[in-house]
Design a protein around this ligand. Structure first.
Ligand SMILES: [Zn+2]
Length: 221
């Protein structure tokens, strides 16, 4: 049985390192909003438990055992978010904070029941893929909306789930996963994007557009 904070560290290291690179302690400190000294202490503990490997000046990587716990925690989180949204009608900007707590206490039986009730879903309410029970997590190739050129039609696949205020704002613009949008104009010098969403036109800042991930071609659902 590992503690909540161990699960949070492993999840964070997984997310920061999913492109295969080793993760620096300063990146972990920034993401978890804790001091570099506490990260150093925790990384040492995780290494003693054989959940990570740590090479000074080169960073941290998960072992197979660490990766397994990280993916299980992410599966819990994303299943819970979808369950809270679909079964209880909790708005999409509120489910993340609840799932952050519940992910650590979900039993295997309840996890199975939730997955069954939802029909083994592939994505959470924000479009993030849900790891399978075997611990497979596909990382679909997606582009930040901020990098799309004017004149292109794209489909929103995923939005960042961590900032509730951003999610509420995206909802007012109709920017949900699986929505097709046309990029009408991109202002130079990191300026805003003008989007067509259904019949409406919206101007969104580049900062917000960096939190929205799209694909160019329709994908199989
Ligand atoms: Zn979340």
């Amino acid at each position: 049985m590992v503690s909540q904070s161990i699960e949070d560290y492993l999840k964070t290291i997984y997310k920061l390192g999913r492109r295969g690179e080793r993760v620096t302690t300063s990146a972990i400190a920034e993401r978890l909003e804790v001091s570099p000294a506490s990260v150093t202490n925790m990384v040492k503990r995780l290494a003693d438990m054989n959940l990570v490997t740590h090479e000074p000046y080169r960073g941290v990587a998960l072992t197979e055992a660490g990766k397994k716990i990280a993916l299980e925690t992410i599966r819990h989180h994303r299943l819970l978010e979808l369950y809270l949204a679909e079964a209880l009608g909790i708005p999409w900007d509120k489910v993340h904070a609840e799932a952050e707590k519940l992910e650590h206490v979900l039993s295997d039986d309840l996890e199975m029941a939730i997955a069954d009730a939802l029909g083994d879903p592939l994505t959470d309410p924000h479009g993030a893929p849900i790891p399978t029970i075997e611990g497979e997590l596909p990382e679909p190739h997606q582009t930040p909306l901020a990098e799309v050129e004017a004149g292109q039609t794209v489909i929103i696949r995923q939005v960042s789930d961590e900032d509730a205020a951003k999610l509420r704002y995206l909802a007012t613009l109709g920017l949900f996963p699986n929505t097709a949008i046309e990029v009408l104009d991109v202002a130079p010098f990191d300026g805003p994007l003008t989007l067509r969403v259904g019949d409406a036109e919206h101007v969104v800042g580049r900062e917000l557009a960096r939190n929205v991930f799209v694909t160019h071609e329709p994908q199989e659902e």
